[in-house]
Write a protein that binds this ligand. Structure first.
Ligand code: AMP
Length: 435
């Protein structure tokens, strides 16, 4: 299967070839045809699978083949949970639309709204946005969503985790009921299925990798270690293993800051990325990491979600996540595009339950190693760390994975009923902090 076989237009094929892609990824092969047909799509795909092109390419094909008036209303809205993901998705939109007469813009909180509003005023076909800033500008009548034909909800599971449900509902209430809807999610909890039912009309269901399984190319290892010795063990692994770069996950912002300082004081260049950092600081940290100037990026789950870091050799769980699915998200950052990756977890006694839950979820036992001088503390309690401590946002964390629906296959052309219309100033305030 080639991109040409998928029926994409010449300007898109040119942009794809410029990006260096030769064949569509599995999610692209599966998602592009139904999206081109105008069907609603529910896709199970995590970052790294090529999902962004999976929805952007057919979207661009549709918009460019069906041009509208010179006055450019927003015809497509892509909603993402984080600023970083919004910026990345917008970059993809710009890359793929290089040879098309399509205008796009990205808006998110934490930066001056004026330039964003000015860009929108000049007319954009595609708007990429985080919910908080989108509703802010909408409430100020600085944008209208009345002409949206295609609505894309990216990383829907993370949206719910971050407490964006009310905002999504509000956004839906200001768009036309007749539109095409695409929803992407890495995991499928009951809440996600409920959200999908409210948004999608008779969707085609596609998936890139089996639900909640880890990528085969990634080798996973657990180091059992005393809690207090984790920083030194990490430094030893990085230094003696000659690691070029690593993404290290911490459970809390405070923990991420502390570890970053410790790494720097040991001569390892490091930067922290989490929700308390300003947009400028987050962008700078990410750029430093991408350019190779920063060797270790220390992140919390929410901040790291959606980051596109190609061919990352090492992902470290400095602390295991208390939500097992987050483990799958985290280690999905390595071993992309066929490159071998190593996912390493430093596990202390109080994380034993989390480890067991993770192994249950991924259906395999992870190899365990103990490094001399960094042995686990035999007297430490195996009582789990208190749930929710230091979580960013603290939104709805109910993520019981249920069985997947089988794909529906009938009817529906660019239409959906609009079933929700609630508003919440509380959730708006929350978003302002997170976006
Ligand atoms: P995504 O899952 O959308 O974040 O994409 C992950 C990475 O894969 C990005 O760096 C894309 O540029 C890259 N990518 C997307 N589609 C393809 C493809 N068909 N072939 C090779 N790389 C791709």
């Amino acid at each position: 299967m080639s991109f040409k076989d998928l029926g994409l237009s010449e300007p898109l094929l040119k942009a794809i070839s410029k990006k260096g892609y030769t064949t569509p990824s599995p999610i692209q092969e599966k998602a592009i045809p139904p999206v081109l047909e105008g069907r609603d799509v529910l896709a199970s795909a995590q970052t790294g699978t090529g999902k962004t092109a999976g929805f952007t390419l057919p979207l661009l094909h549709y918009l460019s083949e069906n041009p509208k008036t010179k006055f450019r209303p927003i015809r497509a809205l892509i909603l993402t949970p984080t600023r970083e993901l919004a910026a990345q998705v917008h970059q993809s939109v710009m890359d793929y639309s290089e040879f098309l007469d399509i205008r796009s813009a990205v808006i998110f909180g934490g930066v001056n709204q004026k330039p964003q509003a000015a860009t929108i005023r000049r007319g954009v076909d595609i708007l990429v946005a985080t919910p908080g800033r989108l509703l802010d500008l909408h409430n100020q009548n600085l944008l209208s969503l009345k002409r949206v034909e295609v609505f894309i909800l990216d990383e829907a599971d993370r949206m719910l985790d971050m407490g964006f449900l009310r905002d999504i509902e509000k956004v839906m209430s200001v768009m036309p009921a007749k539109r095409q809807n695409l929803m992407f999610s890495a995991t499928f909890s009951k809440d996600i299925k409920k959200l999908a039912n409210g948004i999608l009309n008779n969707p085609v269901q596609v998936e890139a990798t089996p639900e909640n399984t880890t990528v085969e190319a990634i080798s996973q290892k657990v180091y059992r270690v005393a809690k207090g010795k984790k920083p030194d063990l990490l430094i030893k692994l990085i230094s003696e293993g000659n690691w070029k770069q690593a993404l290290v996950f911490c459970r809390t912002k405070h923990g991420a800051n502390k570890l970053t300082k410790k790494l720097i004081s040991s001569g390892i260049s490091a930067a922290a990325i989490h929700g308390n950092k300003s947009q400028g600081a987050r962008t700078k940290a990410l750029e430093g990491f991408k350019s190779g100037k920063v060797r270790v990026m220390v992140a919390t789950d929410i901040a790291a979600r959606g980051l596109d870091i190609p061919l990352l050799p090492h992902v470290v769980n400095f602390e295991l996540p208390n939500i097992s699915e987050d483990y799958v998200h985290r280690i999905g950052r390595t071993g992309r595009a066929g490159a071998d990756g190593k996912a390493i977890s430093l596990v202390s006694a109080d994380e034993t339950t989390y480890l067991r839950d993770i192994e249950k979820l991924i259906g395999e036992k992870i190899e365990v190693e103990i490094v001399e001088g960094f042995e686990p503390d035999p007297n430490a309690s195996t009582e789990p760390i208190k749930q929710g401590q230091g979580r960013q946002g603290g939104g709805n964390r109910n993520r019981n994975s249920g069985p997947r629906n089988s794909g529906g296959n009938s009817g529906g052309n660019r239409s959906s009923s609009n079933r929700s219309s609630s508003n919440s100033s509380n959730s708006r305030r929350r978003n302002d902090r997170r976006n």
